[in-house]
Design a protein around this ligand. Structure first.
Ligand code: HEC
Ligand code: HEC
Length: 223
């Protein structure tokens, strides 16, 4: 009997988790920022020509950003995140966390502080629309990572790693950047906000993290 109750409790937890989380992460972004984004999104839906203008403005504004984040946001250096193809709401959320100082990284905090709401929205849409040039990976390690990935990660990031609102796209990211993020989560030495990530990575060995990082790089729409 006790085992049955436990199994039901785990099932409820597993199924309800992503839904509650998606709702929570959406409400954490300041209303003003989310509204500005939704407003531009709906204006683009009415007038698709506007998207090209937003992309041009975003690309112009992102020239400096792309010295680190790579051409149109596809990172070429191993320790930087790609922003191309990332979910726009996730990007907005992270900009906002850098601007407020909640998430810490020297350069990023300084830059994000100087960006207006309008620029944040434009940059997020621009990056989300860029096709990602995926990172290189080791095929053997990538194969080894498919088991832990399917077991621990698909629930929130999807089997293709493309994520969704509130969940980062991880597909095609640089393995070295992924490894350092996962290690930071595991050690707790991170300014990333508390999330399910902290609990999930605790069970991972160094070997798991290594193979997961390559598996993640091997995922994505252009594979
Ligand atoms: C000097 C290098 C550098 C420049 C220039 C730079 N960034 Fe970053 N950015 C980083 C690093 C490093 C990280 C990863 C931080 C970490 O490890 O937590 C990052 C992280 C980010 C993230 C979070 C990505 C994720 O997957 O969570 C966003 C969004 C971002 N940067 C946007 C920008 C924008 C927009 C600009 C231009 C205004 C910019 N960056 C300029 C180095 C840079
Ligand atoms: C229950 C949901 C959930 C599961 C399962 C999950 N994640 Fe996450 N993950 C998140 C959330 C939410 C974030 C964004 C946290 C934030 O906003 O700072 C995230 C962020 C990340 C990031 C940071 C992305 C970036 O660009 O910096 C990586 C890497 C990541 N997850 C990898 C994984 C891996 C690998 C697994 C499986 C071992 C996994 N996640 C399982 C919810 C989840």
């Amino acid at each position: 009997m006790r085992q049955i109750i436990q199994a039901i409790a785990i099932a409820i937890l597993l199924f309800s988790c992503p839904i509650t989380w998606a709702q929570q992460s959406e409400t954490r972004i300041p209303a003003e920022l989310l509204e500005a984004y939704r407003d531009l999104e709906s204006r683009i839906a009415e007038d698709p020509g506007l998207l090209d203008e937003v992309i041009d403005t975003g690309r112009e504004r992102a020239r400096f950003c792309n010295t680190c984040h790579g051409p149109d946001g596809s990172a070429e250096r191993p320790n930087y995140p790609s922003l191309a193809g990332q979910n726009a709401v996730y990007l907005l959320d992270q900009f906002d966390q850098f601007a407020s100082g909640e998430r810490k990284k020297e350069w990023m905090n300084m830059l994000a502080e100087q960006i207006s709401v309008e620029e944040m929205v434009t940059l997020s849409i621009y990056y989300s629309q860029m096709p990602l040039v995926s990172a290189d990976f080791d095929p053997e390690l990538a194969e080894r990572g498919s088991m832990p990935y399917d077991r621990y990660c698909t629930q929130c990031h999807g089997s293709d790693g493309l994520g969704g609102e509130g969940y980062a796209r991880i597909a095609g990211q640089q393995p070295i950047y992924m490894k350092s993020v996962l290690r930071e989560y595991r050690s707790g030495e991170t300014s990333r906000r508390p999330s399910e990530m902290h609990g999930i990575v605790r069970a991972l060995s160094d070997r798991d993290i290594e193979s997961l990082a390559h598996h993640i790089a091997s995922l994505g729409e252009n594979r």
